[in-house]
Design a protein around this ligand. Sequence first.
Ligand SMILES: [Mn+2]
Length: 343
Amino acid sequence: MSYESNTTLKEIAKTLLAADRIIITAHTKPDGDALGSVTALARALELRDRQPQIWLMPPVPENLSVLSDRIDYRRVRGDGYEKADGEGMPVVEPDAIVVLDTGAWSQLDPMRAYLELRREKVIVIDHHQHGDDVGAKLYVDSSAAATCEIVAELIDLLKVKHDQLIRDALFVGIASDTGWFRFSNTRPATHRLAARLVEEGVDHADLYRELEQHERVEKLKLMIRALDSLQMINHHAAVMTLRATDFAETGAKQEETERFVDLPQIVGPVQVVALITEQAEGPTRLSFRSKPGPNAVNVNDLARQFGGGGHARAAGARVFKPVEQVEREVVKVLGQLKAAGHG
Ligand SMILES: [Mn+2]
């Protein structure tokens, strides 16, 4: 199917204001943009006297506690929503379900059955280039740096004045997805939104400390392992591999690999980076990043070769193969890039 909008934000605003019980969710293992957009939209709907419930599929990264500590949410685990430990949150039949920052079943696994049964109520709002037929309504803007940019527009259409939680949540989303306004997806509208939020009272230096200087020493130890595993391919590509033993021996968690894939990009000639992560259980995780410019590698295309996807400069996949095999295949694919004139 083509992954294109079949509705407008105005229509979505209308639908949400006509609804009462609204479930708001995002992709598994929410990042700053997923949690930021969920938090901001839920708060905005609360301020319009709706009854939004936030459902998150863990793990919720520790550095996002600056937002997650300020909201109530139901944890939806891999064993299905029926067993979700909602911490007293009643399970009610929703009038609408909003899925943010993804439209891919691979990122919604724990809620798939639930969503499929309610397809007509599902509204997907996303900024990725590809996705599946998850809901009846889809609004996608791949020029947006973050889903939070789109949600900010939606909140204006809902005629809600930002409170401090909405401001912080939107800022966390755009700062996260743009690497603090460094990545090529950053556009003038991103800066305009950031400026507006700072004018309204966002303390960006405080949020930087909360988000980026909030790590455990175990993460640093795992980072050393990742860097130590570095393989260079044709000087233009870098591959790092983390094995389950690296996690066990350092005590680091899976979600603590966040941003590792950016590290080899400090090397001048490096155009593309892959990080391969073995999980104790489940598929091998694969993350790609690439630098912008005339030799830019489209890592969305690379990730799709492994059954995943994402953006041109940042993409990933989950591969049901052993880590060694994934590593061999990635090294081969990256080695062929130069021959294809990308290098
Ligand atoms: Mn995003």
